[in-house]
Design a protein. Structure first.
Length: 251
């Protein structure tokens, strides 16, 4: 039994109970949509969209607007298309199974990318530059990225599998956006409750629910061990140290 098999099994467990694959509440999401303020008829793209819940909310907020969801996970794309169809958005929100860094279209009014900077070889810096190039002058960008809320200790780094230099402070992230030619209009961060619910429903919870439903599976004990390791890594490590910021930016 390999750790790769266990990780693949846990990540493939059903995630239909998740509204979005990021620590985010309904109230916080509504504030992001309001801050992005897409105009009627706006063109919107979400690079690394997952199943596109936030993209659909943005499109729904602006009459006549359209959205492109760019995502490589075929299951997320399928879920997004099904959701768009059920909400009457199939003609306005299209999903494309393409790597975010390879999406060629430009001149959008709003570009979104949350937790997907790894899609660009240069990480955060390259992602911000790509988003700036994707929107028209005067357009907006919604960028979600990790940061250190405080100096990480060994337990936090081990829990995330990260190095100290993988992230900077929130101010460092804001300065990176400014260096890319993007001015912050609103900066918020996921709070502790959003993180706790996300970990309980997603990373930890998916594996736990799978193990409960498959007691006799050959990978059961390995999944339980992986869940316990993740739980220790979060509650005993990066909880309160690693943050997720949402930057609404003007180009």
């Amino acid at each position: 039994m390999s750790s790769e098999e266990i990780r693949a099994l846990m990540s493939a467990a059903p995630n239909d109970r998740l509204t979005w694959n990021t620590p985010l509440s309904e109230e916080h999401a509504a504030r992001l949509v309001a801050a992005c303020a897409p105009a009627p008829g706006a063109r919107i793209v979400d690079l690394g969209s997952g199943w596109g819940e936030l993209l659909m909310r943005l499109v729904e907020s602006a009459p006549g607007s359209t959205g492109d969801g760019v995502e490589t996970d075929p299951e997320a794309v399928a879920r997004g298309r099904a959701l768009a169809g059920r909400r009457g958005l199939a003609e306005r929100v299209r999903f494309h199974e393409v790597p975010a860094a390879e999406w060629p279209e430009k001149d959008y009014d709003l570009a979104v990318s949350i937790g997907a900077s790894h899609a660009w070889p240069g990480g955060t810096t390259e992602a911000l530059a790509a988003l700036r190039a994707t929107v028209r002058p005067g357009g907006r960008v919604l960028f979600g990225e990790g940061f250190w809320e405080r100096e990480p200790d060994a337990a936090a780094l081990a829990g995330l599998g990260a190095e100290p230099g993988d992230f900077g402070s929130l101010l460092d992230l804001i300065r990176q956006a400014e260096a890319a030619g993007l001015r912050p209009l609103q900066v918020t961060a996921a709070d502790r409750r959003e993180w706790d619910l996300f970990e309980s429903d997603a990373n930890i919870g998916r594996g736990e629910r799978w193990a409960l439903a498959h007691p006799g599976h050959p990978l059961h004990d390995g999944v339980v061990a992986a869940v316990d390791e993740r739980r220790t890594g979060y509650y005993g490590g990066y909880r309160g140290t690693f943050g997720l910021a949402y930057l609404v930016l003007s180009a």
